[in-house]
Design a protein around this ligand. Structure first.
Ligand code: KG4
Ligand code: ZN
Length: 346
């Protein structure tokens, strides 16, 4: 059986072919970084227009690299949301057209759940309960999984996502886009204790995140110390800011783990490529003797293989597959269907 997955939720056009839950035959990712770099962030209209002109090539390339024809595909999968609505609609419409013309089923997949699945590809599965942190440019959320394919949102960012905060600070210093990898590179030799950052805390005991305070503190340091690209203290500042972002993610994970003791942990999303975050996360898990799941760096950022892997699992475990031509894209987080069902029952 062959599955073709498509991902266009933000600024990566991606298609992948799988012939098993962990058997990735191809995973083509076409980045739009160069298009958005002059603006220091993703410009939604440019992103959807670019998806529109490249999706055909990306899908063909994924099929060619896998050595299969579109007629051999048994199941199609596509990211349905959350993400930029124009970008999502390009992938969704393309996937619907393929499924319709080939008379094959199409599964709509949640982008954040797919990020979590990226960490589990090739493993024998997490032990439950599992706490999953998704830390990316568009989302920073923490989920409790009581079982396979069961996701309960415990907290999410109320303002900027962690990656967005890194991108904005890099933009302010004119360091390039995306900001996360640049900050990691330029801050590598810096002293993270050289600039103070207070850890964000919610006053209402919620497990939500907030990164706008850290971003404002960063901009204040930049102005007060006159920091710029060439300043000798730039590496110290970048290391300290990166460390503050890492601490905010782990402090919240610690609070979640105290309230919902897990047996395993997942870390995923674009920011999970960051070496400082990966190190701190593994150390956190080691101290608590928890099993950890992290995607390979390539599978941390947006890609269609993670969408395909989740679709494969859903199809195998729940037998879900059909073609719903009314299926629509959704821009923000929606409450997963199993939770809605649970709520309704007496
Ligand atoms: O998961 P992703 O590709 O897209 C979203 O779903 O948002 O994540 C992109 C984000 C960007 O904000 C980028 O700056 C960040 O991931 N990122 C990193 C690193 N690589 C990518 N942040 C910190 N360190 C990195 N090495
Ligand atoms: Zn993503």
């Amino acid at each position: 059986m062959f599955l073709l997955a498509i991902e266009t939720s933000c600024d990566e056009t991606s298609a992948a072919v799988l012939d098993g839950a962990a058997s990735i035959r191809s995973n083509v990712v076409l980045s739009q970084d160069a298009i958005h770099a002059p603006y220091g962030g993703v410009v939604p209209e440019l992103a959807s227009r670019r998806h529109e002109s490249t999706i055909g090539w990306v899908v063909r390339e994924a099929l060619d690299q896998a050595g299969v024809s579109v007629g051999e595909i048994d199941l199609f999968a596509v990211t349905q949301g959350p993400g930029l609505i124009g970008s999502l609609l390009v992938g969704l419409s393309f996937a619907k057209a393929l499924a319709y013309s080939r008379r094959r089923p199409l599964l709509g997949i949640d982008h954040i759940e797919a990020h979590i699945e990226a960490a589990l590809i090739g493993s024998s599965g997490a032990s439950f309960p599992c706490l999953a942190s998704v830390v990316s440019g568009g989302h920073t959320s923490i989920y409790l999984m009581d079982g396979e394919l069961e996701y309960r949102l415990l907290g999410r960012t109320r303002d900027d996502a962690a990656g967005e905060a890194l991108d904005k600070v890099a933009k302010f210093l004119d360091l390039g886009y995306p900001g996360g990898p640049v900050i990691e590179k330029l801050g590598a030799g810096g002293d993270p204790r050289a600039f103070p950052f207070a850890s964000p805390q919610m006053t209402d005991r919620s497990l939500d995140f907030s990164f706008s305070g850290l971003k404002t503190a960063a901009l204040r340091h930049i102005r007060e110390k006159g920091l710029d690209k060439t300043h000798p203290r730039l590496p110290d500042f970048l290391a300290a800011f990166e460390q503050a972002v890492v601490r905010a993610v782990l402090d919240n994970l610690g609070r979640a783990a105290d309230r919902h003791p897990p047996r395993s942990l997942v870390l995923s999303g674009g920011v999970a490529r960051n070496a400082r975050l990966r190190r701190a996360f593994k150390e956190f898990a080691r101290e608590r003797s928890l099993e950890v799941f992290l995607p390979s760096p390539k599978l941390c950022t947006d890609n269609a293989a993670m969408v395909g892997a989740l679709a494969w699992k859903r199809c195998a475990r729940r037998g879900e597959a059909g073609l719903d031509l009314a299926m629509n894209a959704y821009p923000r987080f929606v409450v997963p269907t199993p939770l809605l069902r649970k709520k309704k029952s007496p």
